[in-house]
Write a protein that binds this ligand. Structure first.
Ligand code: SAH
Length: 460
């Protein structure tokens, strides 16, 4: 590949200095202006690399030797960090991760969103950024003398046994190990992907951070689970706090974890957890935020940006199980939530009743279809909150927001690139982005969540 004066060849070695980090955590170095992405390298590091792929405008390399470490380089604390791939930034200090995530958001909003001088606050991170996940879904395999439960080795289907995951609640690690031993004891065979035989596919553990309640789900290929009652007895004896044991049956040849049928084997259908003042019922298949501590931080910020006085009508688009909706309802006159998954809306309605909240209404459907219909029916929102999936908001929804002219829009986003694209559309439609607050929901991974506040510009 020729780039101006230089020609960069595959399989050649270069000494480079890294300047930046990509959104997926690779280091970026430039060889005479030609960017090379190198996994595991960090900004301000000087290193020898080998070029392994050359494309038109950029290439990929492999880190061979670090001559000078960057200021944020640390030894990854997890012993299986490299094989697992669940985390991508453990080789960077948490302080460094916060700096990098803030910079990434700022850069993307400026470049893609063309938002000049946009105020992006420092990332709200965790005081103790470990052991935060409240849900473990662990694949199981047969090994000589028992079962392995752990993770798929990167880019393979090999299951590596693992006793502890450093971003998982300790309680979940304990539950998985206990259930694994009990299933071993009663001769349960693990699912064998190649031959589509065996029984136990995954063990799932869920932990209510505030309530301490535990749910165990055994995901099996067949409905038949040998020694089912003995397994249940031992789980209830050995796991303190267990409130629900369920079985999900997935007979298909698939990478998808869950099948369609779920049966409660013992105890309750739900466990409970709280985020702030709101209580949630969580079933085996319910979506629930995996880092509840930071979810509270995120929702408090969304609530602050909504600036509610109790008189407003609010729409919560992409509402899931109504988490944000119920949070907003505490300070609004009326909140309308819309979500595409019918089961999530059932959960949302149940959670509203559970909390005695009656100023909410939920609808199943596409936000971009339901909200224009609400508008036709004469519903006017003072504030609209959106929390879309990674692909961002549908354009039809953004156009409806522009036509509806709410006083404020609060945009909760898990993807800075689509946030930037959508903020540009809303800006062109008469809104102004006041500020953006990144929140670290997933320490040691490359993900970053943001909340943005927009106000309707005067004269619109
Ligand atoms: N606000 C919720 C969930 C956000 S995740 C919470 O914080 O818990 C995004 C949600 O958008 C998912 O529940 C997904 O099912 C839903 N979704 C995806 N596309 C949609 C669409 N076109 N219309 C409405 N909801 C949609």
């Amino acid at each position: 590949m020729t780039n101006g004066q230089v020609s960069i060849e595959k399989n050649t070695y270069y000494d480079v200095t890294f300047e930046d980090l990509t959104h997926d955590g690779a280091g970026v170095a430039k060889i005479d202006g030609y960017p090379i992405f190198v996994p595991n390298a960090l900004p301000d590091e000087r290193a020898k690399i080998k070029v392994i792929k050359v494309k038109k405008g950029y290439g990929f390399g492999k880190l061979i030797e670090i001559y000078e470490k960057g200021p944020y380089r640390v030894d990854a604390p997890c012993p299986v960090y490299k094989e697992c791939g669940g985390c991508q930034l453990q080789h960077m200090s948490y302080e460094g991760q916060m700096v990098a995530k803030q910079k990434q958001v700022q850069e993307v909003l400026t470049r893609i969103g063309k938002l000049k001088n946009i105020k992006v606050h420092p990332v709200l991170g965790m005081e103790k950024p470990w052991r935060y996940r409240n849900k473990a879904q662990v694949p199981v395999a047969d090994r000589e003398g028992g079962l392995a439960a752990g993770f798929y080795q990167q880019r393979s289907h090999e299951i590596i046994d693992m006793e502890a995951c450093m971003i998982q609640q300790e309680k979940n690690d304990e539950v998985v190990q206990t259930v694994k031993r009990i299933c071993e004891k009663y001769g349960v065979k693990a699912y064998d992907e190649q031959n589509h035989r065996g029984t136990l596919r995954h063990i799932m553990a869920r932990y209510g951070l505030v309530t301490g309640e535990i749910m165990v789900v055994l995901i099996t290929r067949t409905k038949d689970l040998p020694n089912k009652n003995k397994i249940i007895d031992e789980i209830t004896e050995q796991i303190v706090g267990v409130k629900s044991i369920a079985q999900n049956i997935n007979p298909k040849k698939t990478n998808v974890i869950f099948g369609d049928e779920t049966n409660v084997l013992w105890g309750e259908e739900y466990i409970y957890d709280n985020i702030g003042e709101i209580k949630f019922a969580i079933s085996a298949r319910s979506f629930y935020q995996v880092n509840p501590e930071q979810t509270k931080v995120l929702y408090d910020k969304a609530l602050e940006y909504a600036s509610l006085t109790g008189k407003e009508t609010v729409i919560d688009a992409y509402c899931g199980i109504g988490t944000i909706t119920l949070f907003l309802a505490q300070n609004a006159k009326q909140v309308y939530g819309v979500e595409i998954v019918p089961e999530a809306i059932e959960d949302a309605k149940r959670n509203a009743i559970l909390n005695g909240i009656d100023n909410v209404e939920f609808a199943v459907g596409e936000a971009e279809v339901v909200i224009p219909n609400w508008k036709k029916d004469g519903i006017h929102a003072d504030v609209i909150v959106v929390d879309p999936p990674r692909k961002g908001c549908d354009d039809a929804l953004l156009q409806t927001i522009i036509e509806m002219k709410p006083k404020r829009v609060v945009y909760v986003s898990c993807n800075p690139a689509t946030l930037a694209r959508d903020l540009r559309i809303l800006e062109d439609g008469g809104f102004e982005t006041v500020e953006v607050q990144p929140v670290d929901m997933f320490p040691h991974t490359v993900h970053v969540e943001c909340v943005a506040q927009l106000i309707l510009k005067e004269g619109n």
